[in-house]
Ligand binder design. Structure first.
Ligand code: A2H
Length: 253
């Protein structure tokens, strides 16, 4: 962990009912996968959520009606940040692994795709954010490569029980234009750097550096309420909007 606290926006991705048997005890409540992002302005382009198959998660009671699925560590941090009914003590309603979450249908704020699915990503860190990541393959190299892996490798889908219809219909959605990189920056940079899979960590770190700074400083929104505005301007406006409508909360660690 860095010296500076990192400020994330937690995006509330609602699990659509009916719930599978493993989540049966949660029926009747509003259940969310809570994804930590630094890029709330990219939420238009979501194609799926990411979970770590072997990761340990829990369904934690946040208030009378809402439940967040996150790592135990994130639940504790949230409790200390006063997002649990009993401050400093998150209540776990059911323990889960990433395998239990794969295939859950979700409704996520701002997403042009009305329903997206939770899918496996093998490089998720459990000591960062919530262990849940929202996937925007137009602008995040990690997301682009992980989705590319699932789309291009049927045995990988089979290994994790991923159905074709959770992956194949979902195309990259252009949301931000960056001079030099165009409106599918992650794809362009991954191709330029000849990245072959989600496991090429060093190359992906390079790809992230290239797209992240440029996207923020020179990117322009090409969709949504702030289409035509700079990413720098749109980001705080979109974040405020999500917080206001109750579909995101701030989270720091
Ligand atoms: B970002 P930092 Cl469009 N493990 O959100 C791995 N990655 C994680 C994570 C975890 N436990 N928790 C969050 N992340 C991802 C959007 C996005 C992100 C875009 C472009 C770049 C980008 C959509 N995915 O991040 O290490 C989340 O992905 C580039 C760094 O705290 C989160 O923001 O700096 C970002 O990494 C946080 O990474």
């Amino acid at each position: 962990e860095g010296v500076q606290p990192q400020e994330y926006t937690l995006i509330k991705m609602e699990v659509l009912s009916p719930f599978p048997p493993k989540l049966g005890v949660l029926e009747g409540r509003r259940v969310f996968l809570a994804a930590a992002t630094l890029r709330p302005e990219t939420m238009y382009g979501q194609t799926n959520a990411w979970v770590l198959p072997d990761g340990k998660y829990g369904a934690f009671e946040i208030n009378d009606t809402e439940v967040f699925i996150v790592t135990q560590r994130a639940a504790l941090n949230l409790a200390y940040q006063n997002y649990s009914r009993i401050p400093e003590k998150p209540t776990c309603l059911v323990e889960l692994t990433g395998y239990d979450l794969i295939g859950l249908p979700l409704r996520s704020p701002l997403s042009f795709n009305e329903i997206i699915y939770a899918l496996p990503m093998l490089t998720i860190l459990t000591d960062k954010g919530t262990g849940i990541v929202t996937s925007v393959p137009s602008d995040a190299p990690d997301d682009y490569m992980a989705l590319h892996d699932l789309k291009s490798k049927p045995p990988l889908r089979a290994k994790y029980g991923v159905k074709d219809e959770w992956v194949l219909p979902f195309e990259i959605i252009p949301i931000i234009d960056i001079p030099e990189f165009g409106d599918r920056a992650a794809e362009k940079v991954c191709k330029d750097l000849k990245i072959k899979s989600q496991n090429e960590k060093e190359k992906l770190a390079e790809a992230k550096k290239l797209t992240y700074l440029k996207g923020f400083t020179e990117g322009t929104m090409v969709v949504g309420e702030f289409s035509g505005r700079r990413v720098q301007e749109a980001k705080p406006l979109i974040r405020s909007k999500l917080l206001e409508i109750g579909l995101a909360i701030m989270y720091s660690e």
